[in-house]
Design a protein around this ligand. Structure first.
Ligand code: OOG
Ligand code: MG
Length: 262
């Protein structure tokens, strides 16, 4: 069994020092996914002990665009910390302090806000829609703790799927009021459209992705909880976020969300 506490300290130090570290797999030789999730859980424990709270959960690598960008062809699951949730300023743009991060990237996200708990090993996309209050557009800032933003599936799992910051929009819709597979998403960074996709980019159906996450949590006797913010994954690839970068994700029917690197 892996020394999960030791590797949790290793990753937490990388965040604190704003310094990328070597991936874990080449050091330990082999990291079964169960061990990788144990490291992720040890990081969560430490964060909660230090006073953070859980605001939700997330999926990563649910689109072909992201899987190709990162060279990893399977989805992964992680946690959304309360401390990572940013709000928009008076001008409607959320500021992301780049110097707090290592080598951040930003990406659009389809986000589910849960109205009710949703759990079990047989959760379906329909169950997710029933349990959701709304679907909103968002932007996630990811920041791999690993050098060169390069990792295997097990590494990125241990590293809480590179989660760093998230901003969600204010114009959500009731989950059944629209066809989530058809919702369009356009990502614009410094005036350039870097990607466009629809909800179907997320393994065919964003709600089915969230159901996979709920089934994953059931293995650990956990569930999606009422009030949680749940990211289904980025439908386009991620873009570098530096000081001065302005990124906007525009969603058909869900409005727009903007961030600025400061
Ligand atoms: C892993 C995180 C992926 C997404 O939406 O696909 C993710 C990474 O790309 O570093 O959050
Ligand atoms: Mg993401």
């Amino acid at each position: 069994m892996i020394d999960a506490d030791k590797w949790a300290d290793y990753l937490i130090a990388a965040v604190a020092d704003r310094n990328a570290v070597a991936p874990i797999v080449p050091v330990v030789g082999e990291l079964p996914l169960d061990d990788a999730y144990a490291i992720q859980a040890a990081v969560l424990d430490r964060r909660l002990t230090a006073g953070d709270a859980l605001a939700g959960a997330k999926l990563g690598l649910t689109s072909v665009a992201k899987q190709q960008q990162m060279g990893v062809d399977e989805p992964c699951y992680g946690w959304v910390y309360a401390s990572s949730v940013l709000s928009a300023g008076d001008d409607g743009v959320a500021e992301v302090k780049v110097s707090d991060l290592i080598h951040p990237r930003c990406e659009p996200e389809f986000v589910f806000v849960m109205a009710q708990d949703c759990g079990g090993s047989d959760v379906t996309g329909d169950d997710v829609l029933d349990a959701s209050a709304s679907v909103v557009g968002g932007i996630e800032v990811i920041d791999s703790r690993f050098e060169k933003f390069s990792f295997t599936l097990a590494d990125v799992v241990a590293d809480n799927t590179s989660a760093a910051r998230v901003v969600i929009g204010s114009d959500g819709v009731a989950p059944r009021s629209t066809d989530l597979q058809a919702i369009t998403c356009e990502f614009e960074v410094d005036g350039v459209i870097t990607g466009s996709a629809t909800g179907a980019a997320l393994l065919g159906d964003p709600a089915a992705c969230v159901a996979m996450l709920a089934r994953h949590l059931a293995k650990y006797d956990r569930k999606l909880e009422a009030g949680w913010t749940v990211m289904a994954g980025a439908p386009t690839d991620a873009q570098p976020l530096t000081v001065g970068t302005q990124a906007t994700a525009r969603y058909g029917g869900l409005g727009a969300v903007s961030i600025r690197g400061v």
